[in-house]
Design a binder for this molecule. Structure first.
Ligand code: ACM
Length: 268
């Protein structure tokens, strides 16, 4: 099956302009799974709560999810994409999973980074996984985590234990370490990972964040299948076989997940 990750440079708070630009970028894409960055149409480094309020949307009624649903139908693919979610309880940094059948579900970021904590509530939906079918008929199980979740190996491990073959990872990376860490997340869990990051800079008050690009796809051996540079805007495409993630034997005597010793681990 084919997977894709879009890397772009969205304009701060210009949701309509960003949606139009992404629509043009993916219009002729031939892929089974497309991953877009975290908060892909809103911008990331919010200058105030009022700014976040202008772009937060209900799911699935808001314009971003509606547009994603249209793209999933037009391209006949599954899309994972990040947006600021408005709810009666408050705002979440959320990723939706959509396909031609509609909204498959949402994941709300568990580990909020830096000033996200000023605006968003920590995720309260656990770690849902999604059973998807590619156009070729290939079945795969999809897990989702958002950006800084990579820093917590428990997230990717949990998604692997839940049977994920592929982890979609919408991101707005600003720390240099993640592109080095993702091959390890893929290796230690024997999964494919697809990190879709953004580039560019955003300023809030006296602070500036620079987004580091380098979107990448990793395979269950911990190899980087494809990677973009720090400054390009493009769509990365990779051909993968999700079935290869399912055989977690390391030697005839070792099975990655079955050999775990949770009785001896201290996780809290
Ligand atoms: C991040 O979690 N967006 C750094």
């Amino acid at each position: 099956m084919r997977v894709a990750a879009l890397q772009h440079n969205p304009a701060y708070l210009d949701v309509d302009g960003n949606l139009d630009a992404v629509e043009a970028a993916v219009a002729s894409l031939d892929t089974d799974l497309l991953v877009l960055p975290e908060l892909f149409a809103s911008g990331y480094f919010f200058r105030s709560r009022a700014d976040v309020d202008t772009v937060a949307e209900e799911i699935p009624g808001g314009k971003t999810t509606q547009r994603l649903l249209k793209w999933a139908r037009d391209l006949d693919c599954t899309i994972v994409a990040g947006l600021p979610e408005y709810t009666d309880k408050g705002l979440y940094n959320t990723a939706v999973v959509v396909d031609k059948s509609g909204l498959r579900g949402t994941y709300r970021k568990l580990h909020l980074y830096y000033q996200e904590k000023l605006h968003f509530l920590p995720g309260d939906l656990g770690l849902p996984v999604f059973d998807q079918i590619a156009g070729s008929g290939t079945k795969y199980r999809l897990g989702v985590m958002i950006c800084f979740d990579w820093y917590y190996p428990e997230v990717a491990r949990s998604l692997a234990l839940l049977g994920s073959d592929i982890i979609a990872h919408p991101s707005n990376l600003v720390r240099r370490d993640c592109p080095r860490a993702m091959p390890i997340r893929a290796l230690e869990n024997h999964v494919f990972t697809i990190t879709a990051n953004r580039i560019g800079r955003e300023i809030a008050g006296k602070e500036e964040l620079e987004f580091i690009g380098q979107s990448l796809v990793c395979d269950p051996r911990g190899d980087v299948v494809q990677q973009m540079s720090r400054d390009e805007t493009a769509t990365l495409i990779a051909e993968i076989d999700p079935a290869t993630a399912r055989d977690r034997r390391i030697t005839p005597h070792n099975n990655l997940l079955a050999d775990r010793r949770p009785d001896s681990y201290r996780l809290d």
